[in-house]
Design a protein around this ligand. Structure first.
Ligand code: FAD
Ligand code: NAP
Length: 555
């Protein structure tokens, strides 16, 4: 292949003009990819928009940010040394510690030297003649590669709604997903928070302790379970570390990639007293395990109703003002069908004198003015507004890149009516372009560390298979992709999930196609399917024999 132009970079060496693999993103997916690809002897260049590694945990530095999968489980399993040496200080670690972990991984495996930071990939075009991807960045880099892997994250494009007058506001504005590195001191300030999703639910209790007054604008209330976070005990840590492989293996085979001690009984099969006992115990245990109280909370309306009612009663027992409690108690969608939230003193925060809840469901935010927010004819003045308004999830980041596959067809054109993938890993017409935790895979419904590693392993194995078989490209066959899209949709509609206006459905973005994007069939089942497909010569994929090598040889 002929050399392409390469430009200056911010890393210690310029970007090479040709590599085997371009990886976009240096979050947990990109880091593991780089490590694994290097081990296979593949020349890899990673491009990352941020100034350092960590992805989600680099960007989301809002107060209170932490994981809601236990840290002993929300961590890499690919290196026994790593999982033994790293020590988590809490049951659910906070963002600073998770970011330190990502940095540690980058150092330990010497990853930064192949990552170009502060660089956004703007385009990736497939060259059908040469069977390679030509990748461009905002810094003028042009790199060609046999493979391109989008490790761009499902929750990496922040979204601020198109509020009228936003540009006029003279106070400070923040988005939870791109929080200032130096932190924000809200002491003495009047602060408005828009949104009550997972990010807001974590941030609100911490901000309320600082701000002079905090006003929370809520459109849809959320179900949230107390985290019961605590310091890591040596005994608990040891329990995991002494048998890590067995625990990890169980997680890989599980429904959501997390060990939740699932109770394999229908909520309808037990007495009211027993149901209450189970819910109470799970509430006390804390965290998302609550959703594993019974085996049919995601599929049986009557069962789900009992869990939803339990949580509403808890809210009523915590929040002293009955009107505020009723506003906070979600009623019009089943629990768990919007991402279940996990909190530390969220509902208790509404008992504080310096916190006000404003319902913007019936009276949406009309306008942002120079000094604040107008809703329902009332105006609120703020020194700062925090947008906890979420992300253009799963597809937004991919579609920001000018991705062109065969015949110059863009991914945006192909996905006009919603994402179409085979296994959430690839899309027909875009050979040798992989997605990590893409739409159509369990991704955001799972412990992402488990799903990321499964995808990375599958993708790198696939690439190795191609190379060892003198094959140039891999690409889904249309029929296999269509069948998978249908399957993803069918499985989703066997559950209660599509009932909620969630970001899983694209419902948070006006005009975004409404369909359930992640695959709900379960992490273990999905892994088996992927492995079986690979073992059967990559069933449903078309593999092209090497031609580029012959062209190259002839040149
Ligand atoms: P990301 O971490 O999103 O990394 C993608 C990277 O790609 C980003 O750094 C981005 O800058 C970069 N990028 C994107 N586009 C480009 C481009 N065009 N050019 C260059 N670089 C680009 N999951 C869980 O399982 N458990 C949790 O408890 C949990 N908590 C979360 C809390 C928050 C606040 C959020 C937002 C998400 C949480 N998640 C959680 C999901 C989380 O996103 C994943 O767990 C995981 O961190 C994703 O890793 P990733 O590498 O796939 O993507
Ligand atoms: P989100 O769940 O999408 O929440 C966004 C919030 O903003 C919602 O309450 C939404 O209301 C509100 N909103 C959006 N537009 C609005 C408008 N025009 N007017 C009023 N309100 C508006 O986003 P997020 O909280 O950042 O969380 C996104 C995902 O990241 C989570 O679901 C989870 O997967 C992950 N996350 C995990 C954790 C964790 O606990 N580990 C923490 C943070 C994030 P509606 O509901 O009415 O749309």
């Amino acid at each position: 292949m002929s050399s392409q132009v390469s430009s200056t970079t911010n890393s210690d060496k310029p970007s090479p003009s040709e590599v085997d693999v371009v990886v976009v993103g240096a979050g947990f997916a990109g880091l593991y990819l780089l490590h694994k690809l290097r081990a296979q002897g593949m020349r890899t260049r990673v491009f990352e928009d941020a100034s350092d590694v960590g992805g989600t945990w680099y960007w989301n530095r809002y107060p209170g940010a932490r994981c809601d999968v236990e840290s002993m489980q929300y961590s890499y399993s690919f290196s026994e040394e790593l999982q033994q040496e790293w020590q988590w200080s809490e049951r659910f670690s906070g963002q600073p510690e998770i970011l330190r972990y990502a940095e540690h991984v980058a150092e330990r495996f010497d990853l930064r030297r192949d990552i170009q930071f502060d660089t956004t990939v703007t385009a990736a075009h497939f060259d059908e003649e040469r069977r390679c991807w030509n990748v461009e960045t905002n810094r003028g880099d042009r790199v060609s590669a046999q493979f391109v892997i989008m490790a761009t994250g499902c929750l990496s494009s922040t979204r601020v709604p198109d509020f009228k007058g936003l540009e006029k506001y003279t106070g400070k504005t923040y988005h939870t997903g791109s929080w200032p590195h130096e932190g924000v001191d809200f002491t003495g300030q009047r602060v408005g928070v828009i949104g009550t999703g997972s990010s807001a639910i974590q941030a609100i209790p911490v901000m309320a302790e600082q701000a002079a007054h905090l006003t929370v604008f809520q459109r849809t209330p959320n179900y949230s379970i107390p985290s019961r976070n605590s310091a890591m005990t040596p005994e608990y840590e040891q329990q995991w570390k002494s048998d890590y492989e067995a625990f990890r293996d169980e997680a890989r085979k599980s429904k959501n990639g997390v060990l939740t001690n699932p109770n394999d009984v229908s909520a309808m099969a037990v007495s009211e007293a027993e149901r209450q006992r189970v819910y109470e115990a799970r509430w006390e245990e804390g965290g998302t395990y609550f959703m594993a109280s019974f085996n049919d909370l995601a599929t049986n309306q009557a069962s789900n109703d009992t869990a939803s009612a339990f949580v509403r009663d808890k809210i009523r027992s915590i929040v002293r003002d009955v009107d505020v409690a009723e506003l906070l108690a979600a009623k019009d969608y089943p629990i768990g069908t919007k991402r279940i939230c996990v909190d530390t003193s969220y509902f208790e925060t509404f008992n504080r004198d310096n916190v006000t809840l404003v319902d913007v469901r019936d009276a949406p935010i009309e306008e942002i003015t120079e000094t604040g927010v107008i809703t329902g004819g009332r105006s609120f003045e703020f020194d700062a507004i925090v947008f906890a308004t979420g992300f253009d999830a799963m597809t937004g980041t991919l579609l920001k890149i000018d991705i062109q596959g065969r015949g110059g067809r863009t991914l945006g054109e192909k996905w006009e009516a919603g994402p179409r993938t085979y296994l959430g890993l690839m899309s027909e017409g875009f050979p040798n372009m992989f997605m990590i935790t893409g739409p159509g895979s369990p991704s955001v419904l799972s412990n992402m560390m488990v799903s990321i590693q499964q995808h990375v392993d599958w993708v790198v194995d696939g690439m190795t298979y191609l190379r060892s078989g003198n094959l140039d490209t891999i690409e889904p066959v249309r029929e296999a992709e269509d069948a998978w899209v249908e399957h993803v949709n069918e499985v989703a509609h066997q559950t209660l999930y599509p009932q909620a206006n969630s970001w899983y459905m694209g419902a948070n973005i006006p005009g975004k196609p409404r369909l359930f994007m992640p695959y709900i069939g379960g992490v273990g089942t999905y892994r088996e399917e992927c492995d079986e497909i690979a073992a059967n010569g990559y069933r449903g994929f078309r593999l092209e024999e090497a031609r580029s090598r012959k062209i190259e040889a002839a040149e």
